[in-house]
Design a binder for this molecule. Structure first.
Ligand SMILES: CC(C)(COP(=O)(O)OP(=O)(O)OC[C@H]1O[C@@H](n2cnc3c(N)ncnc32)[C@H](O)[C@@H]1OP(=O)(O)O)[C@@H](O)C(=O)NCCC(=O)NCCS
Length: 195
């Protein structure tokens, strides 16, 4: 399979933020931006893969600045990494105020997509041709991020399976919650009611 350069599938989507995208505070709904990010990730990944792709996971998304009605939102997507059947697409979102001629960075995220064949099974994607240091850095960063995510997932699973009320209830001290258990569990209320 021939390697494809990053630029082959690089995709930019620009969308005008119309009033129906706004929340009750007059700013753009986060969900609108997430949907556009999914769309551009799909376009970019499918073009590289030469196949339809599905979204498997989305890395942490933080909205750093609000987006206003009337802004032009630009979503730039690049394939940062490919595995066998999966691809990681990096997306940078900026919002342009057309009257002020200003552009602000609102958020960036990474979408993991998997290419699927006509039988709905994952299919192999072409390797990625890295042509500059930025592309090499992004590929290597993704390898590291995948490793960190794997370790975090394992830790989370083990924390979930090791919930021991008697040991873990003290973690509720100082938190903004109350417990009001009934029946045999009510003895645990006492564990942090002492404060
Ligand atoms: C994505 C999907 C095909 C993976 O199925 P699977 O049986 O785990 O398949 P595999 O084990 O062969 O994994 C396929 C690839 O997905 C990757 N993958 C699976 N789960 C993942 C996860 N949680 N995060 C990141 N990558 C993941 C695997 O690492 C593998 O990558 P590789 O081939 O590059 O090594 C399957 O979970 C699916 O169809 N999910 C629904 C996706 C969807 O419909 N999304 C739209 C939202 S409605």
């Amino acid at each position: 399979m021939e390697a494809l350069p990053v630029k082959f599938s690089q995709t930019t989507l620009t969308e005008l933020m119309i009033p129906s995208y706004a929340n009750f505070g007059g700013k753009i709904h986060g969900g609108i931006l997430l949907s556009l990010m999914d769309k551009v990730a799909y376009a970019c990944a499918s073009k590289h893969a030469g196949a339809y792709c599905v979204t498997v996971s989305v890395d942490e998304v933080e909205f750093l600045q609000p987006v206003e009605v009337g802004d032009l939102v630009h979503l730039k997507a690049s394939v940062n990494y490919v595995g066998n059947t999966s691809l990681v697409v990096g997306i940078q979102v900026t919002a342009e105020d057309v009257k002020q001629h200003t552009i602000k960075h609102t958020n960036s995220s990474y979408f993991t997509m998997v290419a699927k064949g006509d039988d709905d099974k994952p299919v192999k994607v072409p390797p990625l041709l890295l042509e500059d240091m930025v592309q090499i850095r992004r590929f290597i960063e993704t390898i590291k991020r995948k490793q960190v995510k794997k370790e975090a997932r394992e830790e989370l699973m083990s924390a979930k399976s090791q919930f021991l009320p008697a040991d873990d209830f003290p973690l509720l001290r100082g938190q903004r919650c109350e417990t009001r258990l009934s029946g045999s569990s009510s003895e645990f209320d006492q564990l942090f009611a002492d404060d």
